[in-house]
Design a protein. Structure first.
Length: 231
């Protein structure tokens, strides 16, 4: 009798083992897929190699200067960064050999920045769009972000995650291989100022008269001292 049941029992055991292996394999595949999703910048942030990066490279080895002698706005590069997960708006300024990026972040990616919030998205009964002026809900036309009910900014570039900045810098370097360095910030004041520069460019005006102001601005935003790989 057991000989007669031997084959069905063996078949059932083999089937159960096969299904179990498939289940384990499927679970492992889903885990690998999640870990490699480029839009999820929150995955393994702590494991990112800070010493090997594509942005503020020169500042890792010593002090830098922002004595740029050329300045122009790149609509093409700005549009290309706009398509990336986590980027709502990007404004790219090109100097002699560097790119300076001002951006706003959205919720299409995880782990773009730390927990420090710079934007109030809760709204108020008095002045839904402008908490400073309860009788005026309009925003200055030159400001992309006033800090009220808008996309996210970050007061310091160190608050942006390494994988997020690395993805932006690498994309820029693919599109413009002659770049020496890339600087990235989501500081609200920097964003609004770069927006005013972009508006000048859209009007067909040269940005060269703004060069001194630009160099002073990026020196203040990114600093000149050596940057240790801790961000």
């Amino acid at each position: 009798m057991f000989r007669k049941l031997g084959f069905p029992i063996c078949g059932i055991i083999f089937l159960l083992l096969t299904l179990s292996a498939c289940g384990s394999s499927g679970k492992q595949y889903r885990g690998d897929r999640d870990d490699s999703t480029s839009s999820n910048f929150g995955v393994h942030v702590e494991k990112a190699d800070q010493n090997d990066r594509s942005y503020q490279v020169q500042q890792l080895s010593g002090p830098v200067t922002h004595n740029n002698t050329k300045l122009e706005y790149s609509q093409y590069l700005s549009d290309q960064l706009h398509t990336m997960d986590g980027v709502n708006t990007a404004l790219v300024m090109i100097t002699n050999q560097n790119a300076y990026v001002a951006l706003m972040m959205d919720s299409s990616a995880i782990g773009t920045k730390g927990l420090t919030k710079e934007t109030n998205n809760q709204g108020t009964a008095k002045g839904f769009y402008n908490d400073d002026n309860p009788y005026d809900d309009s925003l200055p036309s030159n400001d992309l972000n006033k800090g009220y009910n808008s996309y996210e900014t970050a007061i310091h570039h160190d608050l942006l995650s390494h994988p997020f900045k690395e993805a932006i810098a690498q994309k820029l370097r693919v599109l413009k291989p002659d770049l020496m360095d890339v600087y990235i910030s989501a500081n609200r004041d920097f964003l609004n100022k770069m927006n005013s520069y972009a508006q000048e460019s859209w009007q067909g005006r040269s940005l060269m008269p703004l060069l001194t102001d630009f160099n002073q601005t990026v020196t203040r935003v990114f600093g000149t001292a050596q940057s240790l790989p801790h961000d």
